[in-house]
Design a protein around this ligand. Structure first.
Ligand code: GLA
Length: 389
């Protein structure tokens, strides 16, 4: 069977003549282990880059044209760096958005041509959008010798998504795709962007991602609404806690003491965020002391809170988690990403992985009529150039 790289090379020749002087780049998707909807509240997250990725074979151009072909969409997208304008519903907005924010920084960009291929499922909550942003930022950086550091690159890609694509996401996805490392999860403080890489054992336990195949439909508007509800909570809590800047500054005890200030929905949202931050800290400690049972227990608490308090789960995600927890060898399971569809992540003992796939797949299909997909994943490096031989 043709490898991914062979496919890229063949298509590159077809689109752009020869594949001489091309270079190969890769940006992974991500899975969030715990710390959901905390990033835009300046809290803590614990995601990891995974071995599902976007590959790009690219070559610099002498002019200001960017010509990029997507093998997945079978589509050639072309724009000039001198004339950047969003195009409705096009994947080209991600690369264009990245070019736009880089140029706003007064960086001089060279055009390039590239072929992209991805095995990160789109709309499944594994950050295919952040991956396409980062791979483009990395290509511009390499070809135009920008020498951007990775934190800056992540911030600029988030800006592209916020301002050009128009999705008000937090920093988690771009950050872990820029700075993730093989075998390690990334604990990030989303206020000051300090981070630590925490080894995740991979011999006896596996991270199994299960795709509900429900596209994250409501995600956009509901996501922004949750952000606003959190902001509302901060405003109200300030009456008694004048020093707080975000929910990150509120402890579970303080929230319990002042909860009468908040209307019910806002109280639920705030309770999720404040306790989730606390869970991330405890999950990191559990991981460091190799207490995977505790880690799994916190994952389940996180899921229940996202379902009942933050209300961003959906019946299919709940079903997958419930089924997972009834199976042998499952230490924890939760929805991952923004919610309303997408994927769950489960921590499963190695010896039980096959049974997990069979049994959980069977009951999900029986109850929903949908065939779920499973990705037993390895934690991988963030965006990088790879050598082809
Ligand atoms: C999406 C956003 C992230 C984060 C998660 C929820 O993935 O892109 O910034 O807010 O949702 O934790």
């Amino acid at each position: 069977m043709q490898t991914r790289v062979e496919k890229l090379k063949e298509e590159f020749k077809k689109q752009f003549g020869s594949d001489q002087n091309t270079r190969l780049f890769q940006a992974p998707g991500r899975v969030n282990l715990i710390g959901e909807h905390t990033d835009y509240n300046e809290g803590f997250v614990l995601p990891a880059a995974i071995d599902r990725s976007i590959l790009a074979l690219a070559r610099p151009r002498k002019d200001k044209q960017v010509r990029i072909y997507s093998l997945d969409f079978k589509n050639l997208f072309e724009f000039s760096l001198d004339k950047i304008k969003p195009v409705k519903d096009s994947w080209g907005n991600y690369p264009m958005g990245v070019a736009e924010v880089l140029q706003q920084e007064k960086l001089k960009l060279k055009g390039f041509e590239a072929v992209f291929e991805s095995n990160v499922p789109v709309g499944a909550g594994l950050s295919s959008s952040a991956a396409i942003e980062l791979v483009n930022a990395f290509i511009f950086d390499a070809f135009s010798e920008l020498k951007l550091d990775r934190v800056k690159m992540a911030l600029l890609c988030q800006k592209a998504e916020n301002e050009f694509v128009g999705v008000k996401c937090g920093i988690m996805d771009q950050f872990v795709i820029a700075l993730g490392e093989k075998g390690r999860a990334l604990f990030l403080d989303c206020r000051d962007l300090s981070y630590r890489l925490v080894p995740v054992p991979s011999e006896k336990v596996k991270l199994v991602i299960t795709n509900t195949k429900v596209k994250r439909s409501l995600a956009g508007s509901e996501y922004n609404q949750r952000r606003e509800e959190c902001g509302e909570g901060v405003k109200l809590l300030k009456q008694k806690l004048p020093k707080i800047k975000s929910l990150r500054d509120v402890t579970p005890e303080e929230l319990a003491e002042h909860q009468e200030l908040l209307p019910e929905t806002v109280r639920k949202r705030c309770t999720h965020v404040v306790r989730e931050n606390d869970r991330v800290t405890r999950a990191e400690a559990a991981l460091k002391s190799n207490n995977l049972r505790e880690f799994g227990r916190l994952m389940v608490e996180s899921h229940n809170s996202l379902r009942d308090l933050y209300q961003v789960s959906c019946p299919e995600l709940d079903l997958l988690v419930k089924n997972a927890l009834s199976l042998k060898g499952v230490l924890g399971s939760r929805m991952t990403g923004a919610g309303f569809g997408g994927c769950t992540v489960s921590l499963v003992e190695e010896k039980s992985v096959d049974e997990f796939r069979i049994k959980s797949g069977r009951s999900y299909q029986k109850e929903t009529g949908k065939v779920p997909e499973f990705y037993v994943c390895q934690i991988s490096d963030g965006v990088k150039e790879i050598t082809t031989s």
